[in-house]
Write a protein that binds this ligand. Structure first.
Ligand SMILES: CC(C)(COP(=O)(O)OP(=O)(O)OC[C@H]1O[C@@H](n2cnc3c(N)ncnc32)[C@H](O)[C@@H]1OP(=O)(O)O)[C@@H](O)C(=O)NCCC(=O)NCCS
Length: 180
């Protein structure tokens, strides 16, 4: 049974020192839930360990905005200080924004918090000159793709994502974009 929580009052802001462990927690959980059945369990574990490692996230929070390619983690934070969701992106080419990460505590899905996080990242990218925005989502991710479609993204390309040692492609990513 899914527990549905009431949406607490929250603000969306740039992440700061002290948020890192909660960011790792939210992202690991969101990545695992949305990848279940799509990626081999060992791959989920390996990628979560690589990307949502507290030391790495501490560096990424500390260096936010030093280069426009990485404009920093953005968090939705409740009044009591709990991190409800996290996102992050940057401007990765002339006029091109990329969303690297967007995850929410699963029981809070569908209440507008993901849109609020995406809006914050989009404002950052527009301020840095982006006029289009890209995101990569694992093919079959029914917790992510319908959200991006609802926000105006269109699938542009299907590319290999996870390749086994023998060269077999185990999962594909969909590259989606929209005009901003
Ligand atoms: C993707 C995610 C961050 C969206 O956040 P959210 O707070 O649930 O989304 P919102 O409530 O702001 O907006 C939901 C919109 O998407 C639409 N939607 C359709 N199917 C949906 C689905 N399966 N999941 C979420 N939204 C869906 C809703 O109708 C709504 O559009 P509307 O406002 O025009 O009606 C969140 O659902 C999540 O963490 N998903 C799992 C992790 C994931 O897949 N992340 C993306 C990997 S790149």
């Amino acid at each position: 049974m899914t527990t549905v929580l009431e949406v607490p009052a929250y603000e969306v802001r740039l992440a700061r020192a002290g948020d890192e462990d909660a960011i790792c927690d939210v992202c690991r959980e969101g990545f695992a839930v949305s990848s279940q059945g799509l990626l081999p369990p060992a791959t989920i574990e390996r990628q979560a360990d690589a990307y949502y490692d507290p030391a790495r996230v501490r560096r990424e929070v500390a260096t936010a905005g030093e280069a426009i390619e990485w404009q920093g983690y953005v968090v939705a934070v409740s009044e009591s200080g709990g991190v409800l969701g996290a996102a992050g992106g940057g401007v990765t080419g002339p006029g091109v924004g990329t969303v690297y990460v967007l995850y929410l505590r699963p029981p809070l899905r569908g209440r507008g918090i993901g849109t609020a996080l995406l809006d914050f990242v989009t404002d950052q990218q527009e301020a840095a000159g982006a006029t289009e925005q890209w995101v990569s989502v694992t093919e079959g991710n029914d917790l992510g793709i319908p959200f991006y479609v609802a926000r105006g993204f269109v699938v542009r390309e299907r590319v290999p994502f996870v390749t086994a040692d023998d060269g077999t492609v185990e999962a594909h990513s969909l590259r989606m974009s929209r005009t901003i």
